[in-house]
Ligand binder design. Structure first.
Ligand code: EPU
Length: 425
């Protein structure tokens, strides 16, 4: 298995580019099941999760071609151009267990083909992550939902509009219901909807396909169902979590780094916390610049649904807090087990104590390089960020976690001055 080896201490400088957003690409790939022809997605990030989603779509009978620009022809149009049903309506356990976003085919499959069979994802490293809200919404739209043999089987001749109030603003839940409602008969309202930019992007692309959605990116989304959708061409927005991770990397190394293509309007909470810690962040044409100068101070962070502070940035900020002056308190409210980076950061010399969902971090003068590993994507990113500033050598194992969500992170960081390399196993 590959590992990332870092010699800490180099300041990042110059520019670092941001790739297309993973969490926008995944629902957009699933949405390509909806129209009656081939859609084209540009600026697709080259990530393990994207390859897994492409594999799932192929299994469902789609033709998927390309890399950075992907063409996805749903079963209805592939090969001969004749309308056909997919041979399988199934997202199997082998795929969903490695990538929970596989559940995103549920909404489009039921809406377009009347049936979906999707493996229940089960628990994962960061928490239980049930999909009850996705299923509740589909049932409200008239679908029959059966749970058997670890799979959820959802059928509906044609979904009908419904008024759905989500218990929590679930991101993929909102996306699944949005993709289901666009082809339903009548009007759907989703209340307490997730407001993440990736949800707004999905609503925008569905509208480009001919859907009638208002309120994407707000807590109340209204959808009037249509009979058919047209294929689209769309370039995926830049990844705000990758951008945020590079801002933290620039700050922790006290560098001077332009994070190219970062969208400041999607990073308000992250930029506010960096500034609050004494880091200079400026918005420039073409991106966001971070300059880490003198002493950084501790920070108090509570993760929240967007536009609050993202859970996907919590681990990286923990690395920053580990070397900031004074005490920081970080509270994780979205997922139950999202402190897996803590014992690894402690092995690098961090002073962190956790009590349930709360971590108290007392800044230390220096971290020291160590061999570390984590069991989820953002935790792995936090260990790389910590390694950039730790004394000596840090080896981050299980790089496949990182490859799920960061496109050749080590190459981008090396070009910005980090002493970092991937060692092939
Ligand atoms: N939840 C339920 N029932 C549901 C749905 C969610 O109880 O039916 C709970 C979850 O267990 C969790 C909370 O609601 O405690 C929020 O989960 P949400 O459904 O919003 O998360 P998700 O859609 O599974 C997406 C991202 C995650 C990101 C979260 C939160 C994608 C593909 N994944 O997951 O991204 O952390 O939203 O912002 O969009 C990552 O990129 O590293 C990642 C984990």
């Amino acid at each position: 298995m590959d590992k990332i080896v870092i010699e800490g201490g180099a300041r990042l400088h110059g520019e670092i580019p941001v790739s297309g957003a993973k969490n926008a690409a995944l629902p957009l790939l699933a949405a390509a099941l909806l129209p009656g022809g081939a859609s084209v997605l540009e600026n697709v990030p080259q990530l393990q999760d994207v390859s897994t989603m492409a594999r799932l779509l192929r299994r469902l009978g789609c033709e998927v071609d390309g890399r950075r620009t992907l063409t996805i022809a749903p079963p209805a149009t592939s090969a001969t151009g004749a309308r056909k049903q997919p041979k399988l309506f199934e997202a199997p356990y082998e795929l969903v267990k490695t990538m929970r976003a596989g559940v995103l085919v549920l909404g489009p499959l039921v809406a377009r083909y009347g049936r979906a069979r999707v493996s229940l994802p089960g628990g994962c490293a960061i928490g239980a992550r049930p999909i009850d809200q996705h299923l509740k919404g589909l049932e409200a739209m008239g679908a029959r939902v059966k749970l058997e043999h670890g799979y959820v089987d959802v059928q509906a001749k044609r979904l009908r509009g419904a008024h759905i109030v989500l218990d929590m603003p679930t991101v993929t839940g909102t996306e699944n219901l949005l993709m289901a409602a666009v082809l339903a008969r009548g009007h759907t309202v989703i209340e307490n909807a997730a407001r993440e930019p990736e949800v707004e992007e999905l609503a925008l692309v569905l509208n480009k396909m001919g859907a009638r959605i208002t309120g994407g990116g707000t807590p109340i989304i209204q959808i009037t169902g249509v009979d058919d959708l047209d294929p689209v061409e769309h370039a995926i927005l830049p990844d705000r979590i990758e951008a945020g991770t590079f801002l933290v990397a620039g700050a922790i190394t006290r560098g001077d780094l332009l994070v190219r293509d970062a969208r400041p309007e999607h990073l308000d909470a992250v930029i506010a916390k960096l500034r609050g810690a004494g880091v200079s962040v400026t918005v420039e044409q073409g991106g966001v610049r971070v300059r880490g100068g003198g002493g950084m101070t501790g920070m108090d962070i509570t993760t929240q649904p967007y536009p609050g502070f993202p859970t996907d940035m919590q681990a990286q900020f923990m690395a920053l807090a580990a070397v900031a002056g004074g005490q920081s308190v970080i509270k994780e409210t979205i997922f139950e087990h999202r402190f897996m980076h803590v014992p690894e950061l402690v092995r690098m010399g961090a002073d962190i104590h956790t009590d349930g969902h709360v971590a108290v971090i007392r800044g230390v003068r220096k971290l020291s390089g160590a061999t570390v590993m984590a069991t989820d994507l953002r935790a792995s990113a936090s260990l790389v960020v910590a390694g950039l500033v730790a004394g000596g050598t840090t080896e981050v194992l299980r790089v496949y976690h990182l490859d799920r969500g960061y496109e050749r992170m080590e190459l981008k960081l090396r070009k910005a001055g980090a002493r970092i390399k991937r060692v092939k196993a």
